[in-house]
Design a protein around this ligand. Sequence first.
Ligand code: DC
Length: 225
Amino acid sequence: MKKIIIAIDGFSSCGKSTLAKQLAKVLNYVFIDSGAMYRAITLYFLQHAVDIHNEVEVNNALQQISLSFDYNASMGKSDMLLNGENVEERIRSMEVTNKVSEVSTIKAVREFAVLQQQLMGDKKGIVMDGRDIGTTVFPDAELKVFVTANILVRTQRRLLELREKDKDITEDAVRKNLEMRDTIDSTRSISPLRKADDAIELDNSNITREQQLDIVLNWAKERMK
Ligand code: DC
């Protein structure tokens, strides 16, 4: 069976990473969470008070950033390293989450991340999830999936995740953050979130993770022949 590239795109909290992680495990492929890269860049900008409206400051900051992944066997995925430091926990904070979509609209930031993502896929055998993987990062990916789920389902899923860390987080705050990110991600001028013409849409609002995996594995196996 030939090795392929699988691109998983969609709105926030649609279960893209869960699906991508499961696929990579079954197929013995590399899984890359491209959102983690934008989150790590955002964390660096926050830590160093980078003025994101100042092109020179942004470019200088990007030159100081080195992103890499470190496989975490217990989680079955790779942790994000920012300049060699494990920032997997910190990049999931609400502070980063509230800022990351805005940082992701910056041209220099996107060029910086996309170049590294493309290099990661040069040997194929990769599952990458994000917003522009099928449209910009890997326009020739053999399988492109565009995952959707209704906003109520997405809010509940995200709330469950966040409540583990922050008991006081409200449903309303989570929903507003998702809606804000949907708007910024899909209306930005550079590689906005949209379904690639040749992507298959998968609405997972009413199916289990196992059902979702079965469906996409069948699509993948067809393309690996
Ligand atoms: O998948 P996530 O929620 O961790 O992504 C965080 C943010 O990063 C998301 O709101 C938009 C941005 N992002 C992007 O612009 N392009 C990608 N390929 C992945 C994420």
